[in-house]
Design a protein around this ligand. Structure first.
Ligand SMILES: *Cc1c(COP(=O)(O)O)cnc(C)c1O
Length: 506
């Protein structure tokens, strides 16, 4: 499959048509009805191709992708797990898919009931008192949660301007806090990956409004000191936020609400199996304890006299932070997640987390002979390594990641978290079989041997993908966005590539 797919515009033949528009029955052209300044002077430069060419083009492009339906996808911190097709069928039911968000409550009872039940489900499994389903992603949930903390402190007349965040946090945490206008202060981790309590105590001043903790943390381990951390925060009048994006390590096993957290978001598109990445919609519901409930975004779905109602009135929720997103959130994602929960049941969710943990520990133990495990204790849903022991002859972790593509594996997350040198972060998820995990580990061992015997080959991998090594930063540093310069930039790139790798024909 080592060929580049030509652009549709390059397949264009003058006069070729995919669809025909019937001749207008109106004899006079309608052009005169449109003001002159809006009329095109020249025909648009569009590809002239058949419908079949378009279908083949996009089908071929779709097959160049690695996807969860075609490959093992061990992307750390992202939870790329299999999405049962049942979820798609349920989210696509016409009665749910076609419902208008402004339809009156009486005709939306089914959807409102599902949203209400989903909130109740999340309340039970997390131990919080109330939820909003509105946020459209994890980072959006963080921003919502931070606004909630801000509103809570304002209502009490507290003037607190600092958010504490450990150095191992996901980059979205400090970004969200800064966006909400807080000053971010970093808390150090110890070499074993746990929070440095003495550094935490020193930074926990009266200025601190919120502490954001990722659990399991980005080394994939449980923070055993969490109850001490939340207790001491509360003693100083600060709230504690859980970045629960990776809830698949905890769901059914531990309730964050019981650990002292006041606010949390969870990523339904990760833990509850919606396909994500590539900018598709997500859902980052936010749960809170009782004292924060009055500040939740509107609209809220309530149950009144056995009917489900949507309420957004300022009278009923005078302290609400307002609306974070249109209507109720990404309902397509919410429906998939709800289907997944209902399919598994509460015992099934517990089993899901257990298997995610067992699979990650399989990888941790199996690869500890090749890499250095970042934290010296059992991991939760993902295993984090330093690639250093395997890297010889001038190779880097990046080369291992690229070489994996040749063997049909999507590459794990690399160089994150930043505190681990030459890092690899592998999250197998519970949906993979032991055979897949074994085959993956055997492949890593094979690459480690190649590093000794043929390092140049590893350094120039991948060899079997449509394009080989790309300049990873050029597209960001020198973006070429405008047609036709984009087209000529592509052609130059395309010609270079076709000359280098034998075979591809334009
Ligand atoms: C994925 C992730 C996020 C961000 O979630 P998005 O839905 O991508 O915005 C935040 N924190 C952690 C720990 C994550 O893994």
């Amino acid at each position: 499959m080592s060929r580049l797919e030509p652009l549709l515009i390059d397949q264009s033949v003058k006069g070729r048509r995919g669809v025909g528009i019937p001749k207008s029955p109106v004899s006079q052209p309608l052009g005169h009805l449109i003001p002159e300044k809006f009329l095109r002077k020249k025909k648009p430069h569009l590809p002239e191709v058949t419908e079949f060419q378009v279908v083949r083009h996009f089908t071929r492009l779709s097959q160049l992708n690695f996807s969860i339906d075609t490959h093992f996808y061990p992307l750390g911190s992202c939870t790329m797990k299999y999405n049962p097709k049942l979820n798609e069928a349920m989210a696509g039911l016409p009665g749910l898919k076609n419902i208008h968000p402004l339809a009156p409550d009486v005709v939306s009872q089914g959807m409102l009931e599902i949203l209400y039940n989903l909130e109740q489900w999340l309340i039970r499994v997390t131990g919080f008192d109330a939820f909003t389903l509105q946020p459209a992603a994890g980072a959006h949930g963080e921003l919502t949660g931070i606004f909630l903390a801000q509103a809570y402190h304002r209502a009490r007349g507290n003037k607190k301007s600092v958010v504490l965040i450990p150095d191992s946090a996901h980059g979205t945490n400090p970004a969200s806090a800064a966006l909400a206008g807080f000053k971010v202060v970093q808390v150090k981790s110890q070499s074993d990956g746990h929070i440095d309590l003495s550094d935490y105590r020193q930074k926990l001043t009266d200025e601190v409004a919120l502490i954001m903790i990722t659990l399991p943390n980005t080394l994939g381990i449980f923070e055993g000191q969490i109850e001490t951390i939340t207790r001491e925060a509360h003693a100083k009048g600060a709230l504690v936020y859980l970045d629960g994006a990776n809830f698949n390590a905890l769901a059914g096993l531990v309730r964050p609400g019981d650990l002292g957290f006041d606010i949390c978001h969870i990523n339904l598109h990760k833990t509850f199996s919606t396909p994500h990445g590539g900018g598709g919609p997500g859902a980052g519901p936010v749960g809170v304890k009782k004292e924060l409930e009055p500040f939740l975004p509107v609209p809220r779905v309530l149950k009144e006299k056995e009917k489900f109602v949507m309420r957004d009135s300022k009278h009923q929720f005078p302290q609400s932070i307002g609306q974070m997103r249109s209507f109720f959130g990404s309902t397509g994602v919410l429906l998939r997640a709800y289907t997944y929960m209902v399919t598994l049941g509460e015992d099934g969710v517990k089993e899901m987390s257990r298997r995610a943990i067992i699979n990650a520990n399989f990888i941790r133990v199996r690869l500890s002979k090749i890499f250095k495990v970042a934290a010296n204790e059992p991991c939760m849903h993902e295993a984090v390594f330093s690639g250093v022991p395997a890297l010889k002859n001038g190779t880097k972790t990046l080369d291992i990641a690229k070489r994996l593509l040749d063997y049909g594996y999507y590459a794990p997350t690399v160089y994150f978290p930043l505190i681990v040198p030459e890092c690899l972060m592998i999250e197998p998820t519970e949906t993979e079989t032991p055979e897949t995990l074994e085959a993956f580990c055997t492949t890593i061992e094979k690459i480690a041997r190649e590093i000794e015997t043929d390092p140049e080959m590893v350094k120039h991998a991948p060899h079997t993908t449509p394009v080989q090594r790309l300049d990873e930063v050029q597209a960001a540093r020198e973006p070429v966005l405008k047609w036709p310069s984009w087209n000529s930039a592509f052609n130059t790139f395309y010609e270079e590539k076709t000359q280098k790798s034998q075979g591809p024909q334009k």
